[in-house]
Design a protein around this ligand. Structure first.
Ligand code: F6R
Length: 359
């Protein structure tokens, strides 16, 4: 079991001219730069201070590539902090938001209408606000607030470190979460090592990201995560497969999937599935047993792959697997001959809504 099982003799992805031709916006460079982006995002944060605050709850408001940082923060801090983190992907805020809430308003462009509306509601509720954006309307309307301005000019999903690091850094510096300078170092150095393996320069037989992309091509990926640490990572894999490779992908979670999703395997359909199990060494013993039972039940019904987090700290483990997924999604885009940077349908919807104006 594992990626070793999906070894193929294919080498299409070793053709650098093909990569250049399809990846017109050079998304590979953005992704491969993740360790340096984390470093830069951290040093940008270190220049600021956040006054201490003890919130009743934490909200991260954003959409798409700007929201996932909230999910990742939730996975990271799940075992650590005593207040809930809620990721709010909507125009409106839940009723529990109050003056004692800490609300992050995150929009890379600063022009996402759901997030702009959430900002207004957070302001009305006098919640403590921290804005993360690269400019746009959000920067203008949030002049009175703490605004963390991040570098502009790239697709939001490729700017993940700038959208995630400030959330964790702010929580650390407010005293809500513990400081983790060793973990950041571990993460950056692990990603540098992994980059050697996943890079386009590493030939297919030695490249885990290319291998997995060959195996998933033409299949419907079902991403099954085994612990709260990997749940957000599985969701990132799904969204990167959608936006970069232009394919559908589905996510589900242990142990919940044993109470519903698993029944789908009793039926017969014509879809060719590939199940990817996203695993972590810290997963619960009972979950391990559940994974074994799942493998048994799926035998002969779907291709099954396992990928594991690497590293020691929760932070490094999260990023090790996230990085693999980002690269696999880009290689899948190349195999599907679609420009990973293009997001025509998303832009079309935004422009249609803009033309109509506020409802
Ligand atoms: C594009 C992307 C999208 C955007 C989303 C919200 O790369 O990932 O999911 O993040 O449409 O836009 P922003 O991030 O500008 O608020």
């Amino acid at each position: 079991m594992g990626c070793e099982n999906c070894r193929t003799n294919r080498t299409d992805l070793d053709d650098s001219s093909l990569l250049r031709e399809v990846d017109k916006g050079d998304m590979f460079s953005f992704s491969l730069n993740m360790p340096e982006d984390i470093e830069k995002a951290l040093s940008d944060c270190q220049a600021r201070s956040f006054s201490s605050f003890s919130p009743d709850n934490i909200l991260v408001c954003g959409m798409g590539g700007s929201a996932i940082g909230g999910d990742l923060a939730n996975s990271l801090l799940w075992e650590e902090i005593s207040v809930p983190i809620h990721v709010n992907r909507d125009y409106h805020l839940p009723a529990f938001v109050s003056k004692n809430s800490l609300v992050f308003l995150v929009s890379y462009s600063g022009n996402t209408e759901e997030t702009l509306n959430a900002y207004k509601e957070a302001q009305e509720k006098e919640a403590r606000r921290i804005v993360i954006c690269s400019g746009g309307k959000l920067k203008e309307i949030a002049r009175e607030d703490v605004v963390i301005e991040i570098p502009s000019g790239r697709p939001p999903r490729s700017a993940l470190p700038f959208l995630f690091v400030p959330i964790v850094y702010a929580l650390e510096s407010m005293g809500v979460a513990r400081k983790r300078s060793r973990d950041w170092k571990e993460t950056i150095s692990l990603l540098r090592q992994l980059r050697e393996n996943y890079s386009p320069l590493t030939p297919s037989p030695d490249n885990k990201a290319k291998q997995l992309a060959y195996c998933l091509q033409g299949k419907l990926p079902l991403l099954y995560s085994t612990s709260p640490l990997t749940h957000s990572v599985a969701y990132r894999w799904k969204t990167q497969f959608n936006e970069n490779a232009k394919i559908h992908a589905y996510v589900d979670y242990f142990p919940e999937l044993h109470h519903n999703e698993i029944m789908g395997w009793e039926g017969k359909d014509e879809v060719s599935y590939a199940v990817v199990l996203l695993r972590d060494k810290g997963e619960n013993e009972r979950i391990r047993r559940r994974v074994e039972i799942t493998k048994e039940l799926l035998e002969g019904k779907a291709d099954l792959y396992e990928v594991w987090t690497q590293g020691e700290s929760r932070l490094a483990r999260i990023f090790s697997l996230l990085f693999l997924g980002d690269l696999v999604s880009l290689y899948l885009a190349i195999l599907n001959r679609v420009d990973p940077q293009e997001i025509n349908f998303i832009n079309y919807i935004k422009s249609k809504l803009n033309a109509v104006g506020e409802g």
